[in-house]
Ligand binder design. Structure first.
Ligand code: AMP
Ligand code: MG
Length: 488
């Protein structure tokens, strides 16, 4: 394990065309302090957790001090926001500090979010508030625990720097760690500004860094696009199965590695509602939960269009078709795991669609329904509706569905195997909005114990945590109607 000063850094982004970024020095926060540190992320970097206790850790990640290996860079990108092209984007409040190279040769970007103004800040102050930093910190840990590809967070630094939002809040920084911070919007920027040579250089860089099995020939650009389509499909299938809504699927928030990226007004579904809109500013429901698969396709089409100088139309269409195929396969696989089905049968699709209708009609908690079902043996299924009393006011329709599910489960070879699969794929713990809200309110008073607890539980959400039963309960009524908007 290493300390900050013994980490090995590289700065490969600085070798990209100059137009892709501007060197910027972070602006220090006032009286910074460590709010939370994630040892699981530190492990990825081979960084000893004890490092977080050294004063230099806070100094470095609050912008007061720097490290020899850093070369802070604000990246330029653009993107489609709510369907409209915006040429005026970029890292407006974050900086890539450098890339850590591990002893096994893995590369991790260190990105400091909330580090002050950059040339791309527009009217913004370049800051992130404690509230939004905690949201991203918890969400990325929750997604990792669920096995969903995501960026990570190493730590949150709080401060006494005041910033104006709807009210006065304090600024914080989040140290984001990811295999890449490249977005669809980086390619869109180079395409729409006519920088075709630079666009090819960026594609070569992506292939070299992340898809090194492809050699850089003309067909490898098509293959790169197909890989991006594949990873995006896998990510979206995982979101849909677990009930995660991102909230701002603008193309500048889409990762070229299919990582869940740029957590803002995200939400995990409580009561099942396919039309769930977690972003209070999303008036038309463009990014509603059930729109995510088609929005990702829209975003991939926008990326494909931006790559037309490198890839022919047929290959772009192939990539997009591959997205749809992979999404369907992966989603069906994920949902079958949720119901513990290892075989396929003609009745399966109707069994699923009737279940979704049932859950929607009765406003049933999505997570608790599947978790409860994961413990009922095949013989008990038709008599088990009392176990769902908390979730259904009337169980007549549920009983009918349970009987049909029993008939289907009888075709499966092994009931204990079914239950084991279900318990491994239906989390007991998810990051409910109200839990995030409580963690934020307590942290604003200097109490980080709920963050500690959530981080422990969310790292292993499929396990039982006897001292944390309360975190697995139904949300209170007020907790289902929290309003979260875009950036903060
Ligand atoms: P987001 O909604 O976080 O994806 O941000 C959209 C764009 O606005 C990005 O280019 C951000 O860098 C920029 N941005 C968001 N908040 C701020 C802020 N407080 N100061 C400067 N730029 C910001
Ligand atoms: Mg963003």
């Amino acid at each position: 394990m290493k300390t900050l000063s013994t980490l090995t850094f590289t700065n490969s982004y600085c070798d990209l065309p100059d137009s892709l970024g501007t060197r910027v020095t972070p602006q220090p926060l006032d009286n910074p302090f460590l709010v939370h540190f994630n040892p699981l992320t530190a492990e990825k970097l081979e960084l000893a957790s004890i490092t977080a206790l050294e004063p230099t850790f806070v100094d470095i990640f609050s912008g007061k001090a720097t490290l020899a290996g850093f070369s802070p860079l604000a990246m330029k990108y653009c993107g489609h926001q709510f369907g409209q092209y915006n040429p005026d984007l970029g890292d407006g409040r974050g900086l890539l500090l450098g890339e850590v190279i591990t002893s096994a040769g893995a590369k991790w970007d260190l990105h400091l979010k909330g580090s002050g103004k950059t040339p791309y800040s527009r009217m913004g102050d370049g800051r992130a508030v404690l509230r939004s930093s905690i949201r991203e910190y918890l969400a990325s840990a929750a997604m990792e625990g669920l096995g969903i590809s995501t960026t990570h967070a190493l730590a949150i630094i709080g401060s006494e720097t005041q910033v104006v939002r709807e009210k006065i809040e304090t600024a914080a920084t989040l140290i984001r760690v990811a295999e890449s911070h490249l977005r669809f919007g980086h390619f869109e920027y180079l395409f729409y500004s006519g920088q075709h040579v630079e666009l090819q250089q960026l594609a070569d860089y992506v292939i070299e860094q992340h898809f090194s099995e492809l050699t850089t020939t003309s067909s490898s650009y098509a293959e790169m696009f197909k890989q991006i389509c594949h990873r995006t499909a896998t990510m979206i299938a995982a979101w849909q199965a677990v009930g995660f809504a991102h909230g701002v699927m603008n193309t500048d928030n889409m990762s070229i590695l299919g990582l869940t990226f740029d957590y803002g007004p995200f939400g995990f579904i409580d009561d099942y509602d396919p039309h769930y809109i977690c972003n209070h500013s999303d008036y038309s429901g463009r990014y509603a939960f059930d729109q995510q698969p088609s929005i990702a396709l829209w975003n991939l089409s926008a990326l494909g269009y931006a790559l037309t100088s490198l890839i022919n139309k047929t290959d772009i269409d192939h990539g997009l078709e591959h997205y749809q195929h992979q999404l369907q396969q992966q989603y069906s696989h994920n949902m079958r795991q949720k119901l513990g089905l290892t075989l396929t049968d003609d009745v399966d699709s109707i069994l699923f669609s009737d279940l979704f209708q049932l859950l929607q009609h009765h406003h049933v908690d999505y997570t608790l329904f599947f978790r409860t079902l994961s413990y009922i043996t095949v013989t008990d299924l038709p008599h088990s509706s009392s176990l769902f009393n908390e979730l259904f006011q009337c169980t007549t329709e549920l009983n009918k569905w349970l009987e049909r599910y029993q008939q289907r489960v009888l075709l499966e070879p092994n009931d204990s195997q079914r239950l084991a699969i279900m318990q491994q794929h239906n989390p007991k713990y998810i990051l409910r909005n109200y839990l995030t809200q409580q963690a934020i309110e307590r942290a604003q008073q200097g109490d980080y114990k709920l963050i500690d607890k959530l981080m422990t539980v969310l790292a292993r959400p499929f396990d039982e945590h006897e001292d944390a039963e309360i975190l697995a309960q139904l949300p209170p009524h007020w907790g289902k109607h929290l309003e979260i908007s875009c950036s903060s």
